[in-house]
Ligand binder design. Sequence first.
Ligand SMILES: [Zn+2]
Length: 676
Amino acid sequence: MIDIQTKIQQLADTIRYHDSLYYESDAPEISDAGYDVLRQEYRDLIKQYPQFIPDNDPERHVGSVAAAGFKKITHLKPMLSLDNAFDTDDILSFDERIHRFLNLDFSAPVEYVSELKIDGLSCAVRYRKGKLVLAATRGNGVEGEDVTDNVKTISDIPHHIPFSDEEVEIRGEIYLSKADFLQLNEDRRLAGEALFANPRNAAAGSLRQLDSSITAKRPLRFFAYDLVSSISLKTHKETLTLLETWGFSVNPDRKVCPDIRAGESFYNDIALRRAHLDYDIDGVVYKVNDLELQRRLGYVSRSPRFATAHKFKAEQAVTRLNDIVVQVGRTGILTPVAELEPINVGGVLVSRATLHNEDEINRKRLQIGDQVMIQRAGDVIPQVVESLTQHEHFTPYQLPSQCPVCQSETHRVEGEAARRCVGGFQCDAQVVGRLKHFVSKQAFDIEGLGDKNIEFLYATQRVLVPSDIFTLQHRNGDAFPPLEKEDGWGALSVKNLFAAINGARTIDLHRFIYALGIPQVGEVTAKILARHYPTWDGFMEMLKTQEEALKELESLDGIGPVMAQDIVMFFHTSTQIEWVQNLLQHLTIVSSRQIQTGNLPYDGKTIVFTGTLLNQGRQEAKALAERLGFKVVSSVSSKTDYVVVGEDPGSKATKAKELGVTILSEDEWAALANKK
Ligand SMILES: [Zn+2]
């Protein structure tokens, strides 16, 4: 067990680490909700054990130091961040603290302005004699980064304001609209650049550019929410109105609430409308409206006492199911996909979610137009949890009986939830899907052949089957204009592509098997096959007769009857054989045996484990056997060399005895394994 002081120090270090990722590199590793949990745990601990507050106390720092490359600017007044509230109890105690601090009677309500908490990047913009002179990020709250040139490119921020008496600072949030964010990411995806996780990261990345011409190309926007000046105003509401008259965008969704309960009902209303807003928000902010009360309330170390942020729960959100579209995969399976009104779920803007299959849609009674609950967990593709809309009459969803891409028939395989397009090589979606699979990371891993380029090469008929990839250079300029003359293909990128293709002409057997896209054969199965049949010729030899191949494959550990069927069928279909044969002319396949080093003691011997092993897990025993060169199979035949019999063995032990296969006890197996 670690002591409290160490625990506090570790938490502080962790929080500072995430702060720096968030503020300095715009590349957070944890969700906002996860961060809030850390922060809360830390706060609870130091409240209990103030004697252990570490030197690098995150409570005394907001954000981070200004990054190198940007000049530092000291804010007129510290830019602090807000405390968070997550439920009714939290906001009631916020209101209670205010009453107590001001010594107000609890029956006298405090008036709040409720505003949306825009999920963007805080920024302070300074005007001198009405002219924009400086703009800074929040930075560590005291000092921020000078982003003046970049901020001047944002059209929502006027370069001049009709107020020339003194120096004033306008504060607000720089953000990207959902639509602009999706477009920006789409452009980046096509260009092969890293994607932004959410609009806030994209806004931060766009603003914090040393070259302001890059910022100018990004459609950044700004909502003003505060003013630092000596102008005498009475309420926060007046401040917002004044900012509007000066030409700033102030968010129209704001409300003066007579008490905190009214603030909460504003929050509930916004939670329902959130998906339909043009921008991301992560909660609602309540600020005491009376500026004199604000002044009296003042600040605790990190946050103002007069305001709090009522955050939405992360990881789940309600939005509208706009449409159900159908995607066709490389094996012809039709997958329904939910098109959603874009919404921030746990820090990521979600606009699509998988619906798996038609049974799933009907079980959840989902219909286009429904308000649906979306959930994200880790990096998993977002899911639709349930519909919040009641249907008196529900019409079950049906996947189309014709493929949306090639118009071939689709049919539902008995016993499977999936529906498939029977188009095969006639279906563009399947062919392109296979090409993409063929060049993917775990397969041929050809750099320069991303989705966009594969789609282009297919659409222009340069690459129709995998073997075309390997003749691309030879044919370049023959029937079509040379690739380097096409839009988006420079001479250098074409040269690099050809080099990458040539580098892929030699490939490990298991990668090759995986690349073929045999139904159900993923990376793991491909490796099992390559281990049992170390050469391509050996693999083909085994597949020669359908019946025997089936029997043999089924006996392999990790391969079931359905998978065996798919593998055998694949190599007994003339169209497949043809393209695989064509492909082989261009390739050197590295046998698995060549990959292994040295001779293994039991190379090629087969072994079966049955019953419960007492000293070794089944997985461990198998791994050990494979390291010694054994083929681990699951059924006993006359070809089996050894059967290891543990406690309560089943029929396999009996069969081994009948066939005269060498039987080993667990101890004998251990002795044999340890000998080598
Ligand atoms: Zn099709």
